[in-house]
Design a binder for this molecule. Structure first.
Ligand code: GUN
Length: 312
């Protein structure tokens, strides 16, 4: 079997076009959704993500505010900035880019963001709403994966779904969303025994464990749908050749940048066994940004007591 690729970039562009239309409609009523992204420190990858989010806001007509704070910022200083953003009427969504420097109390910061402005969906109120099936803002990567599966006609009802990884931002909310969609869900983690054989039971396999090409051929049931959520940087050219073959366009990409991103799934092996694969890059990544834009729009509506849009 040769899997078809789920094109997250194309699906994200469709979601973004819908958000742009809705933003234009709100702006005609005098409402301009606004997103604040907060970056603490100078981690280059985080700075690049924050820049991408701000640029996407501009493209869709969303007001964006980029707050860049020094590496030495304390919890109290960051809490004061969040209080100000909570009170700022021009801001509907607040995202504090993770990871935060070690001196900052991450839990206190995520809990300080007003739940109606919680564009990341990380606040305990929103996690609670997700578990109970109430309206609320949902974490962007898992909601983006659900949107991608829906728009790729992947049926979930009654299917076996296995989520590799139990993180608060991906694994746990992902499992909850799949369960709400009537899949039978198993969550695996670092202590799971016989990981490959559990993964091989999945009709839908979500790999979000953070170990490059952990998911090999023997993890995948023939015909399964595989979604790769890993983000691992490869800086060794020989490793790129071994993974993708000497003819792969990724070699040229590596030569330009000095690194490439790979996921948790061994792509070549997965393509031989799965029926559909959401790859890295070009899968869950672009969907995450699209859903952040949608959450900002929903935040603008929620705060004003307006009805949320139905997803397409
Ligand atoms: N760092 C990497 N991904 C994310 C994300 O989705 N949200 C936040 N806040 N930080 C991140």
């Amino acid at each position: 079997m040769t899997a078809t690729l789920i094109d997250g970039t194309r699906i994200a562009a469709a979601v973004e076009a819908e958000v742009r239309t809705e933003v234009a409609r709100l702006r005609r009523d005098g409402i301009r959704p606004g997103l604040a992204v907060v970056l603490v420190g100078a981690d280059p990858a985080s700075a690049s993500y924050v820049g991408m989010k701000a640029r996407m806001c501009e493209k869709l007509g969303i007001h964006s505010l980029k707050l860049e704070l020094g590496e030495e910022t304390t919890t109290d200083q960051l809490l004061a900035e969040i209080d100000a953003l909570n009170a700022d009427d021009a801001i509907d969504g607040i995202l504090v880019q993770l990871p935060l420097p070690p001196q900052v109390d991450k839990k206190a910061i995520l809990e300080a963001v007003s739940p109606v402005k919680d564009a990341d969906g990380f606040h305990s109120t929103n996690i609670g709403s997700l578990i109970l099936g109430y309206d609320g803002l949902v974490a962007c990567t898992p909601s983006g994966i659900m949107e991608m599966l829906r728009r790729s006609d992947v049926a979930l009802e009654g299917k076996r779904a296995v989520v590799l990884g139990r993180s608060d931002d991906v694994g746990k909310p992902m499992a909850m969303l799949l369960m709400h969609a009537h899949a039978t869900v198993t969550i695996c983690h670092s202590r799971t025994r016989n990981l490959a054989s559990v993964a091989r039971e999945a009709d839908i396999l979500i790999a979000a464990i953070g170990r490059k090409y952990l998911v090999r051929r023997d993890f995948i049931k023939p015909g399964a749908v595989v979604v790769d959520v890993g983000a691992n940087r490869i800086t060794d050219r020989d490793e790129v050749i071994e993974l993708f073959g000497a003819e792969s366009p990724r070699i040229a990409r590596f030569d330009r940048a000095g690194y490439i991103w790979v996921g948790d799934v061994h792509e070549r092996e997965a393509l031989e066994v799965a029926s559909k694969l959401s790859p890295v890059p070009g899968g869950a990544g672009p969907m995450t940004i699209a859903m952040l834009m949608r959450n900002t729009l929903e935040g603008a509506r929620l705060r004003r007591g307006l009805a949320c849009a139905e997803s397409a």
